[in-house]
Design a binder for this molecule. Structure first.
Ligand SMILES: *Cc1c(COP(=O)(O)O)cnc(C)c1O
Length: 371
């Protein structure tokens, strides 16, 4: 049996071990320590645009805090992209609010700005003003941010940018994660860079980011004893994980380049296969980190045949995200649809896309796909 080819596995650089050892040598084995502000500074420098960053235990935690900072609470509605991973929508429920799902457009597979406006006007008509919008850059492809932000501004609704899959992607030359009123990153093990598990909250509003650090460390008031006036959370990243993160940010530009090369290689090698369609960047203003290379087949049956054939040879592939409006747990939630995410889910597949894949491994995947 050939060794397993993974969809997206961790890829360490040279510095991570050194930073982790430093944490051990100085005994900063806690959610306090010098790697944490240093990692935050590294991310701020990488993203630019004057953003502030708080390092947290997960992207999910960052989304939860983003909603709390926007004062989302019991009875509120939050407009959320339907075509995404459940972690985009679950925090809406943690906050006691209800998600309202919006379908995607064909160009980027992300939130359709026209459907978004339709949903807003319809909810306003019913006397409900949505409290926030969660837009996702799925698989690293930036959403149509200009029209989405324009609609959000026009109706005065804050935007949370779920950039968990899009660190290193750009839209009109600016990094994903710098557009939302609040933005979220993830450093889970399968993402483009990892801290083994981790995430970050990003915003140009420094007060919000400072407040998120406070909420993430049990909301301790300024007193010698433990004094609390609001509910807190234990969401801060550990100094050990932040050490891994510092090493990973150092190789992030290379990781983006490597993932984009994986995409280019697939596309070039499979150019003559009529049944395979790639998700292209819709224009020069879009720059995807190509976190995962995704393809569409003519129909569900073909997609499943291919997925099972790859699995037979120990090659991991995965159907595209199952839209939230089709998930049992969100049954009964409002949904503004156009059938696009249903179709993508039926026909789409994620291919092995790690930055550490060898040419030999990619060759094996391509050979089996062609077969
Ligand atoms: C990974 C991911 C998250 C959650 O990040 P975690 O760090 O795993 O909690 C949120 N949204 C999307 C789109 C993701 O892919």
């Amino acid at each position: 049996m050939n060794e397993r080819i993974w969809l997206s596995s961790p890829h360490m650089g040279e510095l991570e071990k050194q930073y982790v050892l430093e944490a051990f040598d100085t005994n900063w084995i806690s959610p306090v320590g010098p790697h944490i502000p240093a990692f935050e500074k590294d991310l701020e420098n990488y993203l630019g645009e004057g953003v502030h960053v708080a390092a947290l235990q997960s992207g999910t935690a960052a989304l939860h805090l983003a909603l709390l900072l926007l004062n989302v609470q019991q009875g509120d509605e939050v407009l959320c992209q339907s075509f995404t991973f459940a972690a985009s929508a679950n925090p809406v429920v943690y906050a006691g609010a209800t998600p309202v799902f919006i379908d995607s457009e064909r160009e980027t597979w992300n939130m359709d700005p026209q459907l978004l406006e339709l949903a807003i006007t319809d909810r306003l008509h019913k006397g409900i003003k949505p409290k926030a919008i969660i837009v996702v850059h799925l698989y690293g492809m930036p959403a149509q941010l200009n029209p989405i932000m324009e609609v959000a501004r026009r109706y005065d609704i804050p935007v949370i940018e779920d950039a968990a899959e899009a660190l290193g992607s750009e839209y009109h030359g600016k990094k994903a994660g710098t557009f939302g009123d609040l933005s979220v990153l993830s450093f889970n093990g399968n993402k483009i860079i990892t801290t083994s598990g981790g995430g970050a909250l990003v915003s140009k509003n420094g007060d919000w980011v400072e407040r998120s650090r406070f909420l993430a460390t049990q909301a301790r008031d300024d007193a010698p004893h433990y004094e609390h006036s609001v509910i807190g959370y234990n969401y801060r990243l550990s100094n050990v994980c932040a050490g891994i993160g510092r090493g990973q940010v150092a190789v992030l530009p290379q990781r983006v380049e490597q993932r984009r090369k994986v995409f280019d290689y697939y596309r070039q090698q499979l150019a003559d296969v009529q049944e395979i369609r790639f998700l292209e960047e819709p224009g020069r203003e879009y720059y995807s980190n190509r976190w995962l290379t995704t393809v569409l087949f003519p129909d569900f049956k073909k997609r499943e045949q291919i997925r099972q054939h790859l699995a037979l040879f120990n090659i991991e592939s995965r159907p595209l995200w199952k839209p939230m409006h089709l998930q049992p747990v969100f049954k009964g939630c409002l949904y503004y649809g156009n059938g696009i995410s249903d179709d993508l889910f039926d026909r789409g597949l994620c291919l092995p896309s790690g930055s550490n894949l060898t040419l030999e491994q990619l060759g094996r995947v391509i050979f089996k796909l062609k077969a």
